[in-house]
Write a protein that binds this ligand. Structure first.
Ligand SMILES: NC(=O)c1ccc[n+]([C@@H]2O[C@H](COP(=O)([O-])OP(=O)(O)OC[C@H]3O[C@@H](n4cnc5c(N)ncnc54)[C@H](OP(=O)(O)O)[C@@H]3O)[C@@H](O)[C@H]2O)c1
Length: 315
């Protein structure tokens, strides 16, 4: 395969500001990797790279570690070089029991991640979820240790509110570069609370602490997880759960000669915050459709029409 850097440069890029990393606007989420036959995985990774994807998002809990293990094995059966791709993983969830962001836990979790991924370093490590019992000074020590050991190059968080990031920043000697958050047309809490500011409507409830504006102000890249997620699987083609949204998606898709999936992805990428979309599909055709969104800029009217069709309001 020709140089992945050339392919990525052809796709819309996002710079994760505080890392200097140039990443594809669409990254591959690896949470559902075990749904693919293991033998098909090298080809899927290669296909992603051919589409211009250089970014792979993991977590130690995906498939109970199996997603990282299979990815680590598969990478060796592709033409990709480790240094040409960006691997991110997360830790801090002890499934079904608790959250743990202690330095002791993080250090051992990262050793497990590196072993399964068969790599010496992670480009980015995220804290998967806030931990009520976090001791930020202790957590920050783990960041420092991992950075100095060369095991993790950059750091971020997931599902964190602004003040939780501030608390961590008070002690961290490394920048917090990423906040990974759920975002899709129907699940756009962080957008609705801004639009419905100072109203008594449900969307006005402050659920994220204005995390989107906070991230923009602080040069923190927002990554969108479950970009196609709905009440029952994907909202796309769920005509019972999301009839109006599917109608407008279909109308807009017909106008551009693309699929509804492309339009739903373009809706996220249209936001000027340079949000990175993490696609979880294990279907090559869908992945292609999602990547097509990087060449399509929705008008403001189209963006708002889709937003309204998902049931949100404009005051
Ligand atoms: N930080 C966190 O707390 C958190 C939580 C969840 C996920 N994540 C990350 O975000 C990534 C993406 O999350 P996700 O997998 O839930 O998101 P997604 O991309 O919204 O969902 C993909 C799922 O929807 C299905 N789907 C059905 N119709 C689709 C369509 N028309 N277009 C696209 N997908 C369709 C896919 O099936 P097919 O495979 O058959 O296409 C797949 O099962 C994960 O892989 C993970 O890396 C992070």
């Amino acid at each position: 395969m020709s140089n992945i850097k050339e392919k990525v440069n052809r796709m819309k890029n996002i710079t994760i500001t505080q890392t200097g990393l140039n990443v594809s606007a669409v990254g591959l989420g690896c949470m559902r990797l075990t749904e693919l036959d293991e033998a098909a995985l090298p080809r899927y990774i290669e296909k992603s790279a051919e589409l211009g994807i250089n970014f792979f998002d993991h977590a130690d809990i995906y498939g109970g570690g199996e997603c990282e293990r299979r990815f680590g094995n598969a990478l060796g059966h592709t033409s990709l070089k480790r240094e040409d791709i960006i691997i991110q993983s997360k830790c801090g969830i002890v499934p079904g029991k608790m959250y743990d962001l202690s330095s002791e836990y993080i250090l051992s979790a990262v050793d497990g991640i590196l072993g399964r991924l068969k790599t010496d370093y992670l480009d980015i490590l995220l804290l998967h979820r806030p931990d009520a019992l976090i001791d930020p000074e202790d957590t920050a020590k783990a960041f420092d240790t991992l950075y100095k050991a060369g095991k993790v190059l950059h750091f971020g968080v997931s599902n964190f509110r602004p003040m939780q990031i501030e608390l961590l920043k008070k002690y961290a000697s490394v920048p917090i570069a990423v906040d990974q958050l759920q975002l899709s047309i129907p699940h756009s809490v962080m957008i609705s609370e801004g639009i419905e500011a100072n109203m008594t409507s449900d969307g006005a409830v402050d659920r994220t602490g204005d995390v989107l504006d906070y991230c923009r102000l602080n040069g923190i890249t927002v990554q969108a997880w479950s970009p196609f997620g709905g009440k029952n699987g994907s909202f796309i083609d769920d005509n019972e759960g999301y009839p109006d949204l599917n109608w407008v998606l279909g109308e807009t898709a017909a106008k551009y000669g693309v699929s509804k999936t492309t339009i739903a992805a373009a809706w996220i990428l249209r936001h000027p915050a340079h949000i990175q979309l993490l696609a979880g599909t294990m279907d090559q055709n869908r992945l292609e459709d999602i990547v097509k969104a990087t060449d399509l800029t929705l008008s403001k009217e189209e963006w708002y029409k889709l937003y309204l069709a998902a049931g949100h309001i404009l005051p």
